[in-house]
Design a protein around this ligand. Sequence first.
Ligand SMILES: Nc1ncnc2c1ncn2[C@@H]1O[C@H](COP(=O)(O)OP(=O)(O)O)[C@@H](O)[C@H]1O
Ligand SMILES: [Mg+2]
Length: 304
Amino acid sequence: MEFPGKPEAVGGALKPAPEQQKVGSDTLKPAPLTEPVIHIEMGPPAPPLRPAPVAHPVIRIENLTKYYYMGRNVVAALRGVSLEVGRGEFVAVMGPSGSGKSTLMNLIGCLDRPTGGRYELDGVPVNEMTKIELADIRNQKIGFIFQGFNLLARMSAQENVALPLVYSGVPAEERRERAMQALAMVGLGTRADHRPAELSGGQQQRVAVARALVTRPSLILADEPTGNLDSRTGLEVMMILQRLNARGITIVLVTHDPAIANYCRRQVKFRDGRIIEDVLNLAPVNARDILAQSGHLAKKKVQP
Ligand SMILES: Nc1ncnc2c1ncn2[C@@H]1O[C@H](COP(=O)(O)OP(=O)(O)O)[C@@H](O)[C@H]1O
Ligand SMILES: [Mg+2]
């Protein structure tokens, strides 16, 4: 792999400091060093590992643009984004507020259409689809998790989770079974009859994760899923997402929190509607380990 920076620049930054400094009588400066300075020879820093191209990506985006037209004003939310995400990846999308993260998620999730560029989901060009085809592909292939949970207040956890199956015409009995399985996967098998108001924030988000899972999607899109949760509860959600990812589900997660991004194997950073960094995190933190170390799993009976 090529080293992207200029080697001279790096060498310059590592030049030894002058061993002695002149001390003027009128200004206060550091005293001369009496101990010999030890210099450690270091090579240039290792370049960040970039994701390799994949043969059959789940997401293939080329030069995607999105402009919002508001009267006379045009907001350039995405200014030419290219991105490939392979099967089984766990990608954190990061960047400041307004940098285009949610806009990208809406396009990947087929909730909106781009102004320009190309998008293939599982090898199928999304640009050319009709509205009905878009709704179909969304329902079959994508599970969504939002910051605000977006559960229906009058429905039980099980009914909320089963809802996407209503749209895909699954019979009632199978809907119930699959909703129960999905709730068990997020450790909420015993809360199936509870309404959202009877559940904690973390439990509500786990219901939302179960709802995203129930259609057996190949891709889960999570926009700030831990944004409304305290750090402990957020960690529980990350543990569940890591476990789903280990089972082969591709996850793209938006977060502005670097601590959350450290649980993901790849980190894509946005600024002003463009990708400015795309690197692999070779040692993602294991949320389950962190929770187990603090004794949290035993106390709260969150299923590992
Ligand atoms: N529906 C919309 N109409 C007009 N402007 C929008 C709309 N959605 C987002 N924007 C603008 O597009 C830019 C990117 O927004 P967004 O994708 O929500 O950023 P992020 O999720 O990174 O905070 C912002 O300037 C935002 O104000
Ligand atoms: Mg956003």
